[in-house]
Design a protein around this ligand. Sequence first.
Ligand SMILES: Cc1ncc(COP(=O)(O)O)c(C=O)c1O
Length: 442
Amino acid sequence: MNTATQTSPTLEAAVAAAEARFAAANPRSRARHEQACAVLPGGHSRQTLFFAPFPLTMQGGHGARITDLDQHEYLNLVGDFAAGVFGSTCEPIQKVVSETLRGGISLSGLNLHESELARLISQRMPSIEQVRFCNSGSEACLYAVQIARHATGRSKLLVFNGCYHGGFMIYGDKDPPLSIPFPLVKATYNDVEGTRKLIRAHAAELAAVVVEPVMGSGGAIPGTREFLQMLRDETRRAGPMLIFDEVMTSRLGPGGVQGLLGIQPDLTTLGKFWGGGFAFGAFGGASELMRHMDVSRGGLLSQGGTFNNNVVTMAAGLVGARDVYTPEACRSLNSRGDWLREQLNGLGAKSGIALQATGIGGVLNTHWTVGPITHPGQVVPIHAPVRRLFQLEMIESGFFVAQRGMINLSLPVEQGDLAAFVRAAGEFLTRHSALLPRAVVH
Ligand SMILES: Cc1ncc(COP(=O)(O)O)c(C=O)c1O
């Protein structure tokens, strides 16, 4: 399918040529996008799905493959930005959802699945004794922060530049207007001594330190053990809660990253795969802390939410986590991700091009820089021409990847699929070797 055989004199010219080929190959997606713009600002409801010149509309999927409106089939390496662990189809989940729907969509009461799912989560996630459900990871992060503010009687949060905790908690040099204006102290991810000083300096006012144990949208940057352990030790000394946002990272090990590292936060937020492919969020911790949610025993944090225990998510989430994404399946998927990361790093090393892949297990990000990446300040911006070119040409070759370079594996992705992707990435490096950033400048 790849027609990108000619080299262009500059990266920008190569991007323009790739965009022209993309537009010519996708007239139906383009028309759909243009119509959508009349009723949806920007033509969509989810910024991460947008890329220039226009996003593709998918009409269906099976296993690890998705098909767009213009009938191109892709290996889905976007993996719904880490939520799509089960792929587009997953027999046990589809079966339980059909059965559940036959039993009634709206029950106006507790259902048979929710306490089972809660039990499974508390068995798997080391820091969670009790958990509550909501409808998204964004909500879960807000709830966790409010529990911490209530329990400590303090208001400030220490957060990390580049960390993403959902649509209302996005932190960078300049926070987007949609971010809730909590009083903040901002630190640099993986900066052990700098962060330690900040925690000590603000100890009396900090309600929580909120962190992704592996930074996801910021570029799949793992927090070092030393860094995360320091956060644990310092918060214990100074009194703020330590909140691990494991909305994305809980897929990286059977007990999330906290299980892999043996570091337990006070509160954990979850989302994505735990809903079996449906809208989901959860937050939990020790019973002593979660008792604030128990109004029947004097807790003051009364939580509403019409769809918090919706029967489809609860049933799908339980079957997905219990029967499909078992600890064994989780380890196996993540070792496939480690293999892919090694291969991509090998391509960079062999070709002398500044390509590297970061992350842990099945969550990866390609980067076009040399040297260690420990915080997002070292990352080439999402819209850099090299990222756009790689995305458009991988799509042209039948591999659906995100513009920011993020790759999330799903269970149905096979070893042969990954090998084919590595070949296509290698061909990209050869095709554009004169334009791509070099690992060593001569
Ligand atoms: C670390 C992290 N926290 C929170 C969220 C928000 O979750 P949701 O998209 O379900 O609101 C995300 C979503 O990507 C995430 O990656």
